[in-house]
Design a protein around this ligand. Sequence first.
Ligand SMILES: Nc1ncnc2c1ncn2[C@@H]1O[C@H](COP(=O)(O)OP(=O)(O)OP(=O)(O)O)[C@@H](O)[C@H]1O
Ligand SMILES: [Mg+2]
Length: 361
Amino acid sequence: MLQIPGYELHEKFFETCGYIFFRGIELSTGKQVIVKTPMPENESYRFYVYLQHEYLLLKEISSPGIIRVLNIVESDDRVSLILEPFEGTLLSELISNSGLTVADTLVIAKNIAFTLGELHRNGIITGTLDPSRIIADPANGTIKMPDFTRSVMLPPGEKEISAANFHYPGPLYIAPEQTGCINRLVDYRTDFYLLGLLLYEMLTGKTPFHGDDLTGLIHSHISKKPVPPSNIKKNLPASVSMVVMKLLEKNAENRYQSSWGIRSDLEKCIEHAASGKVVHEFHAGQNDRSETLMMPVKLYGRERETSVLTELFKNAASGKSCMVIVSGDPGSGKTSLAQELKKHVLQYGGYFIEGTFNRQP
Ligand SMILES: Nc1ncnc2c1ncn2[C@@H]1O[C@H](COP(=O)(O)OP(=O)(O)OP(=O)(O)O)[C@@H](O)[C@H]1O
Ligand SMILES: [Mg+2]
């Protein structure tokens, strides 16, 4: 058994995201704790840095969905986090054992939405939200998020950040703006897309886009509309499906803008699921208000130019090569227009290469 000075480790609780979680006690007080430590194959400096990062992110935050970090301990080239005790089962396990009803799912999703709101208020974007990063107790709907090693704290005063600041989260749980293939930055609404994926998988047993074709998956996140969960799971209230589809909007401006708006709709969905009645008057996002002023990142009035470029690109992809020169005054939107092509390039398995020249003064 592993030795952590000052603590006695008991049985393994679970493993996730490259870490083992042990139950144990603090020797000086006899208090129960959970010890999070890298799995043996991950005892590298990299994982040492990840846990230091997690400790700094979480040490000031207190919220029901976030496991309180009590201490960080270094010993024999290993760093471990000491966490307050908690209970529950990994969401990935609950999903694969089909252990979730629609009612369980909605309460869990509501608590995740609340926790995301708390994190965002503290300037943290998870950027990585998937069933291996949620511990849930279906009996009471409580959740805990056991891993923030890949989360990012926004620089002071910033509301958005480049996807390059995040670890690549893999092709299943990734928001369009995290792919690097569209001209958008990551902001708190990225986590809402990831919540949409999570809710989709909890309700239907599968993420909306799956399979082995990596490029195809990325392209689907960028431009393919998911099949509504109500088409897959019969008897799912239409309102639940509408909430999921709003979370999964490609453009962050069309998603929910606040944790409060999501929770308010999920509460209505919980009522609908309990009553079993068909509800006609539901509109997703009715009580949703942005708590942060976000400027929409969208190209306005360039539909004609975009479609000309797209058509020419399609011709080029099928062998009729051509060259296009876009001209205009400084700041008139040449780069923004060219960037719009990125998503189409990906669809054809192409490469988007960019470079820049500056005029000599
Ligand atoms: N059609 C548009 N809709 C919304 N925003 C736009 C539009 N065109 C340009 N912008 C905004 O104007 C700013 C300048 O655009 P951009 O960098 O694409 O111009 P540019 O022509 O490439 O400039 P430069 O000549 O300096 O390279 C950017 O913030 C961009 O988002
Ligand atoms: Mg430019």
